[in-house]
Design a protein around this ligand. Structure first.
Ligand code: ADP
Ligand code: MG
Length: 299
């Protein structure tokens, strides 16, 4: 899947025709903001990472404003293992004690963020890495996670944060200035303490406050699947409730779909969950006319 396709047989004339077909989409999205959730499980190999970085740079060069929010589950897992700790999840949220929080800050705000910044820069863009502390962007508080089945019961997931507010001015300043913001999902609390926030939740909130044209969540699966494992190309709030209630949607898909739905209801024009393992997934969705992945509808 990751071999680049052989394009040598495409004649210059056809190449020009293909490019010209992208024009209506470029015109439509020029000047618009697109929030892209990346990383973690979609960041699977070097060739795909490079495709991703090239897509982001191309979008910027045609006048679209990509904002990247990254996750880092597998990378956090690897370091925790090395330290002899085991990751634990409740309803898709990583239980975060103080030591785990340190690891989260190192891995997300350090390694993963700077890897993505480097990839985008190598592809010819100018990326700037930020955590939620930068520009006082993401205010957070401890997440109160009620049990899905028993709303009386609350789970303690430690230093997992819930977004209180997002001030997007640092992101806006950067994107107006030809930079591509790359945001790590770390927030700060009232007493300046750090919180580990699910990256899908941050991407969704940021898309809302920026009133983004699109929220694209790249993941490691073709989209949201039904009980039989078939791709659901469109989802309404009602269907989502059913799928969560009967357990078809579980684990990391729970915060993802909740964020996606929030964004759709709050005015983000198009919200999609996509397979980040498909080469050039971003361009396929933005400049293509084939439906791809799962589209989340607001009603
Ligand atoms: P990331 O946030 O890095 O994209 P997550 O592991 O947090 O990845 O979330 C994606 C995972 O959600 C999928 O790999 C899959 O295992 C799980 N999942 C649970 N229910 C579903 C569903 N109904 N359809 C698709 N994926 C699902
Ligand atoms: Mg996740």
């Amino acid at each position: 899947m990751n071999q680049p396709p052989d394009l040598s047989h495409i004649q210059p004339r056809e190449r020009a025709a293909i490019l010209a077909q992208a024009l209506p989409y470029i015109r439509k999205f020029h000047g618009k903001t697109m929030v892209i959730k990346y990383g973690g499980n979609a960041m699977t190999d070097a060739a795909l990472q490079q495709d991703f970085a090239e897509d982001v740079v191309l979008l910027k060069l045609v006048g679209i404003n990509p904002v990247v929010v990254h996750g880092g589950g597998p990378q956090i897992e690897t370091l925790l293992k090395r330290l002899g700790k085991e990751g634990k999840f409740i309803q898709g949220m990583r239980v975060t004690d103080e030591e785990t929080m340190e690891v989260v800050e190192w891995v997300l705000g350090g390694q993963v963020q700077q890897d993505i910044v480097g990839l985008i820069n190598a592809a010819g863009g100018k990326a700037v890495g930020l955590t939620g502390r930068d520009g006082a962007m993401i205010r957070a508080r401890k997440l109160r996670l009620t049990d899905q089945k028993n709303p009386e019961h609350e789970h303690d997931v430690g230093l997992v944060g819930d977004v209180v507010s997002i001030d997007p001015s640092v992101v806006q300043a950067l994107q107006d200035d030809a930079f591509i913001p790359v945001v790590s999902p770390i927030g700060f609390g009232e007493n300046n303490e750090s919180y580990n926030i699910n990256a899908d939740v941050v991407a969704a909130k940021l898309a809302t406050v920026l009133q983004a044209e699109k929220l694209l969540m790249l993941t490691n699966i073709p989209g949201v699947l039904d009980k039989e494992g078939k791709l659901l190309t469109e989802l309404t709030p009602r269907r989502i409730d059913e799928l969560v209630a009967d357990g078809t949607i579980s684990g990391g898909m729970i915060p993802k779909i909740a964020g996606a739905l929030d964004a759709a209801k709050s005015g983000v024009t198009a919200v999609h969950i996509l397979d980040g393992r498909v080469p050039h997934a971003l361009l396929l969705e933005i400049l293509g006319d084939q439906p791809f992945g799962t589209m989340i509808k607001s009603h």
